[in-house]
Design a binder for this molecule. Structure first.
Ligand code: PDD
Length: 297
């Protein structure tokens, strides 16, 4: 693992940020997670565009602009690659071996303690490059379980859900519940009880022969992978709808899957103890994952 802190390449143990930094005190930061294929970042422009939108939506002036961020990511990746990757875990999916995880964090900075963002000075810019840790091959072959979290997705009136911010406590608690229930991922509902998204993923289901995913208006992150999958589905002639997804519809769906940078397209075969469809990864899911794999290389 290698860290770029404000432009200096350092080992994680030497990557130190003040306890007065608002990212630490308030989760007052925005971030992105990118991964590599063949050593190169995938969909980097889409991630940088979303980072800029997250900063705009939260009124955070990042230390680096988009082009500088892209250069710093490239530099950090090159340095990490020249140090070499540790051997991939034996159960890794073959296409993930030797690949990298890239996390970009922009904080509003430090300053006198207080919620007022005008107190912030010296925003921090961080790039963390680490060997990729993605779901094992078995998760794709057999599918995973999700749990409905009792924690609700922050309402759009609180913090714009489309902004990818460091304020993640509700998602941390949702994952805590899911793990206690032995589930891979937690799904968060909105106040009306509709499915919004996973703690770090978007959700799709095959309902009535159509591929359905909650609309952006459901108060979700506009996942980069979600966008790629919607495009691939349309290209493949799979009917798609961005429409509200109830828990009932999910539980009675023929198929379901999660999308995220780290997961690509990961089949969901159970909601709690209830099997989805046949309880095996579905044909539409597998077809889209093959198309995704061809695209990502
Ligand atoms: N999370 N929804 C939420 C709340 C997320 O945090 C993420 C990504 C997604 C999927 O977005 P994308 O396809 O762009 O990765 C949806 C990242 C990976 C993370 O926090 O690790």
């Amino acid at each position: 693992t290698l860290v770029n802190l404000d432009g200096a390449l350092v080992a994680p143990a030497d990557a130190k940020v003040s306890v007065l930094d608002r990212g630490f005190l308030y989760g007052d930061s925005v971030y992105e997670v990118v991964r590599t294929y063949g050593g190169r970042p995938f969909e980097l422009d889409a991630h940088l565009a979303r980072l800029a939108r997250s900063a705009e939506r939260t009124g955070l002036a990042p230390r680096w602009d988009g082009p500088r961020t892209a250069r710093e990511i490239a530099r950090t990746l090159e340095a990490a690659q020249s140090l070499g990757a540790p051997p991939a875990p034996a159960d890794a999916a073959p296409w993930n071996a030797g690949e990298w995880y890239v996390r970009v964090v922009m904080t509003r900075g430090a300053g006198e303690i207080g919620l007022d963002p005008a107190l912030a000075v010296d925003p921090r810019a961080v790039v963390i490059v680490a060997p990729l840790a993605a779901p094992p091959a078995r998760a794709y072959a057999e599918g995973v379980t999700v749990a409905i979290a009792s924690v609700r997705r922050a309402s759009p009136a609180a913090v714009d859900p489309a902004a990818k911010t460091g304020a993640h406590l509700s998602h941390v608690l949702a994952v805590r519940e899911a793990r206690a229930a032995g589930a891979h991922e937690a799904l968060l509902l909105d106040d009306a009880g509709m499915v919004t998204e996973g703690s770090s993923s978007n959700v799709f289901a095959v309902v009535g022969g159509r591929l359905r995913t909650p609309p952006l208006a459901a108060g979700i992150l506009e996942g980069v992978t979600r966008g790629v999958v919607l495009r691939l589905a349309r290209e493949a002639g799979v009917p798609v709808e961005e429409a509200p997804l109830g828990v009932d519809a999910l539980e009675s769906a023929a198929e379901a899957f999660l999308t995220s940078t780290m997961r690509e397209i990961l089949p969901v075969v159970r909601v709690g103890a209830r099997p989805i469809g046949t309880g095996r990864p579905g044909a539409v899911t597998e077809r889209l994952h093959r198309a995704f794999r061809r695209l990502a290389g």
